[in-house]
Design a protein around this ligand. Structure first.
Ligand code: NAD
Length: 363
């Protein structure tokens, strides 16, 4: 039987709690699926700083490079907020993405029928929603040079950042979006601000060129980011795959996350070139307000493992089986506190994990 190695990076706050539940799910698939999974663990974030003096130890990077895929909990918390910038937990996360060259961030927004009433939008706008945002993760204005704040001779200050993309950076992220769309409804919407920013005008031209060259069987449309933000709350189901720049993706994916009701439900994946291990993690943070109470929702992390099955290991049927098990548990009325609704049964982190494993099938 083929074997794959998963590096677990539980991190801080509720990270270890939600990763522990996902380990149960990994164990089930290792026993019942076509691939055997082995796991190991390493430090990242604040807990890494406490143990080793750095949020991203060399040993963690070495283990990450050797793994087939990485499952991350969350990093951060008030305990480490006063540390110098380079020692903060978030540096661990950014370091991991940078070192592995993870340029594509995939964020699905899927609204389970059972949770449609938990959204702040009307049920008919979000029920059955299934879209995915592909955000460029290693370029654009968050990394562009020059950047900084300078003192001007007249005593005022000038702050500046640079939005910059090269054509290969656009081409590779466009390809990720088109490939994804081929496995879905075959529609890609590229979001830019081509009417104002030359850099994104070039983005649009490059996306069109990739489409013409290799993906004529996928529908391509374009939208300005301001309109896209509005359309996401007006009629999100019009989209299938959205591809966009680092900053626009940051903003739009947070809007999309609210469509589905709870942060505790949203998985994500960060992918690099083929052969690089992807990092799979919940969208939420370390939730220090509820850490250690056994009430965190493990579903976002469990669904991140479903993304790993699909995108790192090509185990699409197994991923669907896991997604169906989650849906089944929600249909049964089991709810963690963050998605609790009247008439439903409230469960803790461990009970939710156990219920999902049970729904997968007999042990
Ligand atoms: P957060 O996502 O941790 O929490 C926001 C709110 O959502 C809190 O009320 C929390 O209790 C709730 N929540 C989050 N996940 C939940 C879950 N699985 N189940 C139930 N409720 C859940 O965001 P925050 O409070 O802004 O940040 C807390 C810390 O996490 C900060 O240090 C921040 O820097 C860090 N953070 C890390 C990541 C990451 O590791 N990728 C992402 C965002 C924030």
């Amino acid at each position: 039987m083929p074997s794959k190695h998963i590096l677990l990076l539980p991190g801080d706050g509720i990270g270890p709690e939600v990763v522990a539940e996902t380990e149960k799910v990994i164990g089930w698939f290792s026993q019942h699926g076509p691939v055997k999974f082995t796991t190991s663990m390493a430090f990242i974030g604040g807990s890494a700083y406490d143990a080793t003096g750095t949020p991203f130890p060399d040993e963690t990077l070495a283990k990450a490079r050797k793994a087939d895929a990485i499952l991350l909990g969350a990093v951060g918390g008030p305990k480490w907020e006063g540390l110098p910038y380079g020692s903060r937990p978030e540096r661990g996360l950014l370091g991991l993405r940078k070192e592995l060259g993870l340029f594509a961030n995939l964020r699905p927004a899927l609204c389970y029928d059972a949770l449609a009433d938990a959204s702040t939008l009307k049920r008919d706008v979000v029920a059955g929603l299934d879209i995915i945002i592909v955000r460029e993760l290693t370029g654009g204005i968050y990394f562009g040079q020059p950047r900084g704040v300078e003192q001007l001779p007249d005593g005022t200050r000038r702050g500046f950042n640079t939005e910059v993309y090269t054509s290969p950076e656009v081409t590779r992220i466009a390809r990720v979006a088109f490939e994804l769309a081929k496995k879905r409804q075959r529609r890609v919407c590229s979001v830019d601000k081509a009417n104002v920013l030359e850099c994104t005008e070039m983005w649009r031209e490059e996306v069109i060129a990739v489409h013409k060259e290799s993906y004529r069987d996928v529908d391509l449309s374009h939208m300005y980011v301001d309109n896209a933000a509005m359309q996401l709350v007006r009629n999100p189901k019009q989209f299938d795959v959205i591809v966009t720049t680092n900053m626009f993706g940051d903003i739009l994916s947070d809007i999309a996350s609210q469509l589905t009701g709870s942060l505790g439900m949203l998985p994500s994946a960060s992918m690099g070139e083929p052969g690089t291990p992807g990092v799979f993690e919940p969208v939420h943070g370390s939730a220090p307000d509820i850490a250690g109470k056994g009430i965190a929702n493990p579903i976002a992390t469990i669904l991140s493992f479903a993304m790993m099955l699909k995108y790192s290991f090509e185990l699409v049927q197994e991923a669907h089986h896991l997604e169906r098990a989650v849906m089944h548990v929600l249909d049964q009325g089991l709810r963690t506190a963050d998605i609790m609704q009247p008439g439903m049964t409230r469960v803790g982190t461990g009970e939710m994990g156990d219920a999902i494993v049970k729904a997968l099938g007999p042990n």
